[in-house]
Design a protein around this ligand. Structure first.
Ligand code: HEM
Length: 128
C-alpha cells in the first residue's frame, strides 16, 4: 500500500520550507539571479515556489487555489532566462537539495524533475 505521496515521503511541508529557504537565501545574493526577482517581495516568491512544489508532489493544492493553473513557462516569459540564469538556478537548487539529506532514491526523483523543469524554463538561446 503505497498511497503515501512523495510530498509525505520526503517529510511534508517542513521539508519544502527548508528547501526554498535555503534556495532563496542564495538567490537573493546571486548577482545573476537576484535582479530578476521582485526586490520587495522575496517572501512572496519563496512562498509561491514552495506551494507550487508541494502541490506538484501531491501535497496541498494551495498554489492553484491562489494562483490558478501553473503555466510556468508562460509565467517565466517576462524574465530573460539564458544558460547563465538556468545554470545559476540549478546550482543553488542543488545546494538546497543537498542540505535536505534525503535518501538517494528520493534525492534522484526530486533532482531529476528540477533539472528538467529548469531546462524547460530557459527562454533565451544565444548562438554559440
Ligand atoms: C517565479 C526565475 C526556474 C517555479 C519566478 C520568478 C522569477 C523566476 C524571477 C518571479 C518571482 C515571483 O514573484 O514569484 C526563475 C529562473 C529559473 C526558474 C531564473 C531558472 C531556470 C523555475 C523552475 C520552477 C520554477 C524550474 C519549478 C520547478 C516558479 C514558480 C514561480 C516562479 C512556481 C511563481 C509563479 C507565479 O505563481 O507567479 N521564477 N525560475 N521556476 N518560478 Fe521560477
Amino acid at each position: 500500500p503505497s498511497a503515501r505521496t512523495f510530498y509525505e515521503e520526503v517529510g511534508g511541508q517542513a521539508t519544502f520550507e527548508r528547501l526554498v529557504a535555503r534556495f532563496y537565501a542564495a538567490v537573493r545574493t546571486d548577482p545573476v539571479l537576484a535582479p530578476l526577482y521582485p526586490q520587495d517581495d522575496w517572501a512572496g516568491a519563496e512562498l509561491r515556489l514552495r506551494q507550487f512544489l508541494e502541490q506538484y508532489w501531491g501535497g496541498p493544492t494551495t498554489y492553484s487555489d491562489q494562483r490558478g493553473h501553473p503555466r510556468l513557462r508562460m509565467r517565466h516569459a517576462p524574465f530573460a532566462i539564458g544558460p547563465a540564469e538556468r545554470d545559476a538556478w540549478i546550482s543553488h537548487m542543488r545546494d538546497a537539495v543537498d542540505s535536505l539529506g534525503l535518501p538517494a532514491d528520493q534525492d534522484a526523483t526530486l533532482w531529476g524533475y528540477l533539472v528538467n523543469a529548469a531546462g524547460s524554463m530557459q527562454n533565451r538561446f544565444p548562438a554559440d
